[in-house]
Design a protein around this ligand. Structure first.
Ligand code: NDP
Length: 293
């Protein structure tokens, strides 16, 4: 069994990006800049945005956070996005999800200038990704692909079962891993809550990507011997032995699944750190105008 150390790989890539940022700064005479919009006081969202700011600082990127109240109107939020769209000093813009109920998330995402959409959620970028054209790839699926690449997991011709079809993880992961490109070329089966015979399908997987948001649902009987298991899930499980009062767990029951795997990602320290790396990579692409002029 090989444990894929997402934290280590993320730190290696961040060091590479930090060197690139230094070079870009001296060439361009300015620093890449990522802006984040945070609406309300959701503790998980606050933590995610704080971690993104920290990672930007680590590699020498400038970041700014626009904190907006929970009761903000959709039109006020859209005005803020339009304002940032016009700011030539800001390269990338993310709107931290989820958003409060009064706001139409699709309308908000569609307002972001596709050239600054470093989450890769804008319909233009999603469309380009589906067509195999250059675009900002969604951060978590990009992170999964990088983990496979950096761990030398063979993907070509492998049967990859993706569990979950969300717009931000499962669906783009299935698209990316099925593409005719390096570190992809899998035969992909995309499963969801209506999939029949889920366990049987999972047992056929050479690579199993679990992104279902169901704590430790994937037990050893879902996994064939020698499979690679990528666990995207993040859950807080109450644990009185921890100072925080909880431990983190994934969608996979790690203790029983890991011994059967050739490669496996832990939670925490697997996919999580790579998601931020994906965002940093996209921000540098935006700065370099690699996707759009
Ligand atoms: P969503 O809730 O948006 O989607 C979950 C998907 O799983 C849906 O497609 C749903 O099917 C499917 N599903 C739910 N229950 C089952 C089941 N019992 N059997 C089969 N399929 C099921 O989740 P996300 O994609 O946003 O996130 C998934 C997990 O990954 C969460 O735990 C989340 O916290 C975590 N996450 C981690 C990230 C990281 O950086 N590590 C980043 C993003 C998310 P249907 O479509 O039919 O409802």
């Amino acid at each position: 069994m090989n444990i894929i150390d997402g934290k280590l790989i993320a730190n290696q890539i961040k060091a590479e990006l930090a060197a690139e940022v230094q070079q870009l700064r001296s060439q361009a005479g300015r620093t890449p800049h990522l802006a984040a919009i945070l609406v309300g006081n959701d503790p998980a969202s606050e933590t995610y945005v704080a971690n993104k700011e920290k990672s930007c600082a680590e590699i020498g990127i400038c970041s700014s956070v626009y904190k907006l109240p929970e009761n903000i109107s959709e039109s006020e939020l859209i005005k803020t996005i339009e304002f940032i769209n016009q700011d030539d000093e800001i390269d990338g813009l993310i709107v931290q999800l989820p958003l409060p109920k009064q706001i139409d998330v699709n309308k908000v995402i569609a307002t972001i200038d596709p050239r600054k959409d470093v989450d890769g959620f804008h319909p233009v970028n999603v469309g380009k990704m589906v067509l195999g054209q250059a675009s900002y790839l969604p951060a978590t699926p990009m992170g999964i692909q990088l983990l496979l690449e950096r761990s030398n997991v063979e993907t070509v011709g492998k049967h990859c079962v993706v569990l979950g079809r969300s717009n931000i993880v499962g669906t783009p992961a299935a698209i990316l891993l099925s593409r005719n490109q390096a570190h992809a070329n899998c035969t992909v089966t995309l499963c969801h809550s209506k999939t029949a015979n889920l366990k049987e399908i999972c047992r056929q997987a050479d690579i199993l990507v679990a992104a279902i948001g169901q704590c430790e649902m994937i037990t050893a009987d879902y996994v064939k011997d020698g499979a690679t298991v990528i666990d995207v899930g993040i859950h807080r499980v109450p644990d009185a032995t921890k100072k925080s009062g909880f431990r983190l767990a994934g969608d996979v029951k790690y203790d029983e699944v890991a011994p059967k795997c050739e490669f496996v990602t832990p939670v925490p320290g697997g996919v999580g750190p790579m998601t931020i790396v994906g965002l940093l990579i996209n921000t540098l692409k935006a700065f370099k105008k690699e996707i759009y002029q």
